[in-house]
Design a protein around this ligand. Structure first.
Ligand SMILES: NC(=O)c1ccc[n+]([C@@H]2O[C@H](COP(=O)([O-])OP(=O)(O)OC[C@H]3O[C@@H](n4cnc5c(N)ncnc54)[C@H](O)[C@@H]3O)[C@@H](O)[C@H]2O)c1
Length: 370
């Protein structure tokens, strides 16, 4: 039986992880620590809190002594660190916030775990797992081999640089202090509970509201798409290994350009409207409500500075050593995601606050219209 501290558990991947873990490991203790920034939504884990399946604490990973006290009070043996500022566009506007949470926050969390667990953390089976990204490896040329665990780091955005720095700190705490740590670097996640600033939920919501779909540049930036449920299963496999197992790359084995994936989402919404008449009444501004193709909303906007062209993750290590396999390929995964947003209008209306509307207006409205 494990006792987990899940930081950032009210965010997209953290919330999915909590749902997954509480249903597959019902005897484990799960405590969520989350600062509830604009990206954190209690609604995503409310059913787990209400049913007593997890304890929620609002707080910042940078509050070292408070976090150490929580680890001690709850006899936490496993920290899974999802807490981060995670949106590249926002890191271009305000890098300092990213350094504060992703670098200094991670370092404070490492200190808190080290202080609470003491020198024999490894012997006692304690574990610090840090969730990171493939963006630390930089951008790949069209024919270049996918990132492996030994690809040198070459981050290109303040977000990626902050995650790279955090990864180095985790490694250093393991090496210098013997803290039992592991790291996973995964590719682009998609699925339920993703905050609408990210490409796919942004497109789904804009289609439903008949707003333009802003696509950076030519839309040919290739990403390796991973359904969040597969990420959660990969983390479960990794957590079952000793901390000394080190770094694990987790990819979706599906490299597709942004424009292709957005086109697939448009077609899925159109098909859903064709199959279910009530959707036209619920979302009258959606092109599909009037029998038009949602693809007509696509608009190319000026690319963001330093936009990486291609990411691709080589998952050979986790596949061969831990038997990891993709359970949800892209097409059914996107269908499931579109269906989830159609069925959870209450969730996304509650998270699309004034802050989001303001950010969206700053980011896109001048480029594509409201
Ligand atoms: N989304 C992806 O495609 C992707 C891919 C690879 C890696 N990752 C990594 O996975 C992790 C989770 O990503 P996500 O997409 O769920 O992010 P998210 O932005 O949806 O959620 C982040 C969560 O962290 C919380 N948080 C932020 N600052 C905090 C702080 N100082 N203290 C405590 N909580 C804080 C937020 O309130 C939010 O709930 C991140 O570390 C991210 O770098 C994400």
């Amino acid at each position: 039986m494990k006792r987990l501290l899940v930081t950032g558990g009210a965010g997209f991947i953290g919330a999915n992880f909590c749902h997954y873990w509480c249903s597959t490991h019902p005897l484990d203790r799960v405590v969520v620590l989350d600062a509830l920034t604009y990206a954190g939504n209690l609604a995503s884990i409310a059913p787990l809190i209400d049913s007593g399946k997890l304890r929620f604490e609002r707080g910042d990973i940078g509050e070292r002594s408070r976090v150490a006290a929580l680890i001690t009070e709850e006899a936490i043996d496993t920290v899974v660190n999802f807490a981060a500022e995670s949106h590249v566009d926002r890191s271009l506007e305000d890098p300092a916030t990213f350094l504060r949470t992703n670098v200094l926050g991670t370092q404070a969390l490492l200190d808190a775990a080290r202080g609470a667990w003491g020198a024999d953390a490894g012997r006692r089976g304690c574990r610090f797992h840090h969730v990171s990204t493939d963006e630390v490896y930089g951008s790949l040329g069209p024919g270049a081999a996918a990132f492996t665990e030994s690809t040198p780091y070459a981050p290109n955005s303040p977000y990626a640089a902050s995650k790279a720095a955090a990864d180095h700190l985790v490694r250093a705490y393991s090496h210098s202090f013997g803290l039992p740590c592991s790291i996973s670097n995964c590719s682009n996640n998609y699925g339920p509970y993703q905050f609408p600033e990210k490409l796919l939920p942004l497109c789904i919501l804009n289609i439903l509201e008949g707003r333009p779909l802003p696509i950076y540049g030519d839309g040919q930036q290739i990403r390796d798409w991973l359904h969040v449920s597969d990420h959660c299963r990969a983390l479960e496999l990794i957590l079952a290994q000793p901390a000394a197992s080190g770094t694990w790359n987790v990819g979706g084995s599906t490299q597709e350009p942004n424009l292709t994936v957005v086109g697939m989402v448009c077609d899925l919404v159109d098909r859903a409207f064709a199959a279910e008449r009530s959707l036209a009444a619920r979302f009258p501004s959606c092109p599909a409500a009037g029998g038009r193709a949602s693809r007509t909303l696509i608009r190319h906007v000026q690319d963001r500075p330093g936009h990486d062209r291609r990411y691709a993750v080589d998952s050979t290590r986790i596949r061969e050593r831990l038997g990891f396999a993709i359970g949800t390929p892209l097409a059914p995964g996107l269908e499931d995601t579109v269906r989830w947003y159609l069925g959870n209008e209450g969730w996304w209306r509650s998270v699309v606050s004034g802050d989001y509307r303001q950010w969206y207006a700053r980011q896109y409205a001048g480029k594509v219209g409201a």
